[in-house]
Design a protein around this ligand. Structure first.
Ligand SMILES: [Zn+2]
Length: 322
């Protein structure tokens, strides 16, 4: 039996799976992402993490066919160069070479939003669709666009940065320097920012009690509990969040005419609390019913990235995905 490794580099964790050539997960594990360490040290952590996983699965190195790598930043999948990885402070870094040298197998790097979209297309909610819009709502907002069964890459391979299209002129400050980006309006970070803002206005909220007044300690789970208990602030947070999400989605649906919209990432765990109002608002804003498509939660949860990374290897080495 031969094997493929998929790595998802996140702001908190580096998640890795090893699958067999039937794409069944053999072993899976996460380790904390080293915070602002030298590149060599970070790559050494990644290589040892994969090495440990091979040992755990009793897999010999010679049976590893290749490694796929999801990168949280602008990445050219032809050259494997990441132009920027903001939270690591890295620019113009070949993400594949240090891993290829260590394991002696082909390594394929790709933007994480794209990798998530591939994961859901091959193994999750996007199966059977050739035109897919995927939005990941985590700390930031990731996007992957599949059109005619292929990722949309663009002229310099950095397309689908939907997180930084402006959906609200003069809106909240984004990490990219602009205001009112889709990401600054719709992400896990935005969700808790809205909760803080509304909790200050209406202090009769469960969020005050749950955080002992430290509103920076608000989590998505607290908002979810408050929403389910009918807390007005939590209801308002979800309402505003869904409105902004629907604006971004309508823009993207107008542009790309997807057959399905998949929402993944931590915020997607709010499920129909967010998706039901979002579907209603999106539908009301379409120009014609022919544009209508399902808006669903991803099926792979936090495995979309690693499974998509494995599919990069399948594509690169012509291994069929059944
Ligand atoms: Zn931005």
């Amino acid at each position: 039996m031969k094997y493929i490794a998929g790595i998802d580099l996140g702001g908190t964790n580096i998640k890795t799976v090893i699958v067999n050539t039937d794409f069944k997960v053999v072993v899976s594990k996460s380790v904390p992402t080293p915070f602002q360490r030298p590149k060599e040290e970070t790559f050494s952590v990644i290589n040892h993490h994969v090495e440990n996983l091979l040992q755990e699965g009793s897999i010999e190195r010679k049976d590893l066919l290749g490694i796929g790598f999801g990168i949280p930043g602008l990445t050219d999948s032809r050259t494997n160069v990441a132009y920027n990885i903001p939270f690591l402070g890295w620019t113009n870094t070949n993400m594949a070479e240090p891993i290829r040298q260590y394991f002696g197998v082909p390594v394929f790097a790709e933007n994480d939003g794209n990798v998530n979209a591939l994961g859901e297309m091959h193994f999750g909610a996007g199966r059977g669709f050739e035109d897919i819009l995927l939005i990941t709502l985590g700390t930031g907002l990731g996007c992957g666009i599949i059109t005619g069964g292929k990722l949309l890459h663009g002229a310099s391979r950095v397309a689908a940065e939907a997180g930084h299209m402006v959906i609200e002129a003069g809106g909240d400050q984004c990490v990219c320097g602009k205001r009112g980006c889709f990401e600054s309006c719709c992400s896990g970070t935005a969700l808790t920012r809205y909760a803080r803002r509304f909790a200050i206005e209406f202090s009769e909220t469960s969020l005050m009690k749950e955080t002992n007044g430290n509103l920076f300690a608000i989590t998505g789970e607290m908002i979810q509990r408050g929403y389910d208990d009918g807390d007005l602030v939590c209801r308002k947070v979800i309402e505003v969040f869904s409105e902004k999400l629907s604006v971004g989605l309508v823009n993207l649906i107008d542009l790309f005419n997807p057959g399905i919209v998949i929402i993944s990432g931590g915020v997607a765990r709010l499920g129909d609390r967010v998706l039901t109002p979002t579907r209603r608002l999106v539908e009301a804003s379409l120009m014609h019913p022919v544009q209508k498509c399902d808006i669903v939660q991803g099926q792979l949860d936090s495995n979309a990235g690693v499974m998509g990374a494995c599919s990069l290897v399948a594509e690169g080495l012509n291994i069929p995905i059944k």
